[in-house]
Write a protein that binds this ligand. Structure first.
Ligand code: F6P
Length: 368
């Protein structure tokens, strides 16, 4: 009987629980044993039955309707060191796990792929230092890894949507609708900061959905005089037409053309100094990652969970580690390494000030 483990890693995202539930139940449905790794990579490094737990069908009952991740998550520094990964390998072997499905963002999936590529040398060192037996060494020659992308940022190349992104977007839109009401009462301007790390997807889509006056995203920076003039012209035009509210959305990773960050305070100052608007800043923060998942994320997470189990059962040492993506509404497998590489090249393009390339790598050319 094969044993398949699932863990959630990095920042939590709505829909992770649906993903874990689907993976656990598909694993059991396929006649395998199912494990969860508690607290992300930290649980692998710590090991033992408290952190690498066998689970049953009933253990994940009702999880689709719960927010966050019930198996815990962490950003683990120890796993970035070889000794941490060595302990992780030892603990997986001790628990008898053959395959690991990681639900997380690009950092977590990069860690997963590194773990798989290092696996032969890790187990060699474990057997040479008598931390595993010869039999275990022979039995666990290969570790099957698969990634499902759980992140509110929607920043992974090769997939149209990451698990959690549409829930966070929904949360942002609801919050902006609330802000809009008070802005209207006082005829105020609001600068709303949204999450997304170095990706502008949440800011851009929230801006479209709430018809914000102006949006700052990292992929399309302007010089400070350009954005100041453009924003003020647009806002002044809207105000001249009788609009009582002004909403400006700033992605947390927003930058100027010289790559310096644009903060909500910078935008606030311009709205006050140049337009004389009564302006407030609202930082939405972790409320964006809170609450239950929208139906789309539950559906995405469930279908991808089923596909992840199929993928680990079908892969062999020669097939590249898969990442489960959605492309044009179809659940598909992509090479994990390639997806991570492409995602990193967006950041590189931004650093090289090639913003057009960054945009196209994000598949968001439609805003051009
Ligand atoms: O990656 C998800 C995310 O919410 C980002 O949008 C944000 O930059 C970061 O995580 C916040 O991290 P933390 O929860 O560790 O403060």
């Amino acid at each position: 009987k094969k044993s398949i483990a699932v863990m959630t890693s990095g920042g939590d995202a709505q829909g992770m629980n649906s993903n874990v539930r689907a993976i656990v139940r598909s694993t059991l449905f396929k006649g395998c044993r199912s494990f969860v790794v508690m607290e992300g990579y930290e649980g692998l490094v710590k090991g033992g039955p408290e952190y690498i737990k066998e689970v049953s069908w009933e253990d994940v009952r009702g999880w689709s309707t719960e927010g966050g991740t019930n198996i815990g998550t962490a950003r683990c520094l120890e796993f970035r060191q070889r000794e941490g990964r060595l302990l992780g390998a030892q603990h997986l072997i001790e628990a008898g796990v053959d395959a690991l499905i990681v639900c997380g963002g690009d950092g977590s999936l990069t860690g997963a792929d590194l773990f798989r590529s290092e696996w032969p040398s890790l187990i060699k060192e474990l057997v040479d230092t008598n931390r595993i037996s010869q039999e275990q060494f022979q039995r666990y020659q290969h570790l099957n890894i698969c990634g499902t992308v759980g992140s509110i940022d929607n920043d992974m190349s090769t997939t149209d949507a990451t698990i959690g992104a549409y829930s966070a977007l929904d949360r942002i839109c609801t919050a902006i609708d609330y802000v809009e009401a008070t802005a209207n009462s006082h005829s105020r301007a609001f600068v709303v900061e949204v999450m997304g790390r170095n990706c502008g997807w949440l800011a851009l889509l929230a801006g479209i959905a709430t018809s914000a006056d102006y949006i700052f995203i990292p992929e399309k920076p302007a010089t400070s005089s350009e954005w100041q003039d453009q924003m003020c012209d647009i806002v002044a035009k809207h105000r001249a037409r009788g609009k009582r509210t002004t909403i400006v959305i700033v992605a947390e990773g927003a930058i100027s053309a010289d790559l310096t960050p644009i903060s909500p305070a910078d935008v606030h100052k311009v709205l006050v100094d140049r337009l004389g608007l009564d302006t407030r800043i609202t930082t939405l923060g972790h409320v964006q990652r809170g609450g239950t998942a929208v139906a789309y994320d539950r559906m995405l997470a469930t279908l991808q969970g089923v596909e992840a189990v199929n993928a680990v059962l079908e892969s062999n040492p020669d097939t590249p580690s898969p990442l489960i993506a959605i492309n044009e509404n179809k659940i598909v497998r992509k090479p994990l390494v390639e997806s991570v590489r492409l995602t990193k090249s967006v950041a590189e393009a931004i650093q090289a000030k090639d913003f057009k390339k960054a945009m196209s790598l994000r598949d968001t050319e439609f805003v051009e």
